[in-house]
Design a protein. Structure first.
Length: 161
């Protein structure tokens, strides 16, 4: 009888081996959408705390000093002479006078700032400036000499006869 038991046990073991050898078919899994990879920024590694340093001491701002007489004297205002006249194409306008670096012997060329406007500016005036306009440094303007205070502006329309 022992043979029968062995045979039954052998058949059971053989049946199990056969069952294990045949793989069971799995159902097809649904396809997954591709996963997008996102770059992750790494936080900088924290360093160990350094020993505390003493904060630099800020110096208190010095109070502003009132301007001295010398500083006030250096602030010189600009004296301006402006002539509004059409001198014609190819001509130039000069000014002669005293004060603000002008001379009665030789004229100073004015800047042509627009077709009908000529200008002279100076910071050299210390007192009253007396002047007269001269066309091409040869033909004097009609009338009396003009004057302007230092730092002032004179606007005139000279006539050449």
């Amino acid at each position: 009888m022992a043979k029968k038991t062995t045979t039954k046990a052998t058949k059971k073991v053989a049946a199990k081996k056969v069952a294990k050898k045949a793989p069971a078919k799995k159902a097809a899994a649904p396809k997954k959408a591709p996963v997008k990879k996102v770059a992750v920024k790494k936080a900088p590694a924290k360093k160990a705390a350094a020993p505390a340093k003493a904060a630099p001491v800020k110096k208190a701002a010095a109070p502003k000093k009132a301007p001295t007489k010398k500083a006030v004297a250096k602030k010189v205002e600009q004296t301006s002479l402006i002539a509004r006249v059409d001198v014609g194409f190819g001509n130039s306008l000069y000014v002669r006078g005293s004060g603000a670096g002008l001379s009665w012997a030789k004229g100073t060329l004015l800047d042509n700032v627009s077709p009908y406007e000529w200008a002279f500016k100076s910071t050299k005036a210390k007192g009253e400036v007396e002047f007269k306009f001269v066309l091409n440094d040869e033909i004097w303007a009609d009338g009396e000499n003009l004057t302007v205070a230092a730092g002032g502006t004179s606007i005139s329309s000279p006539i050449f006869g």
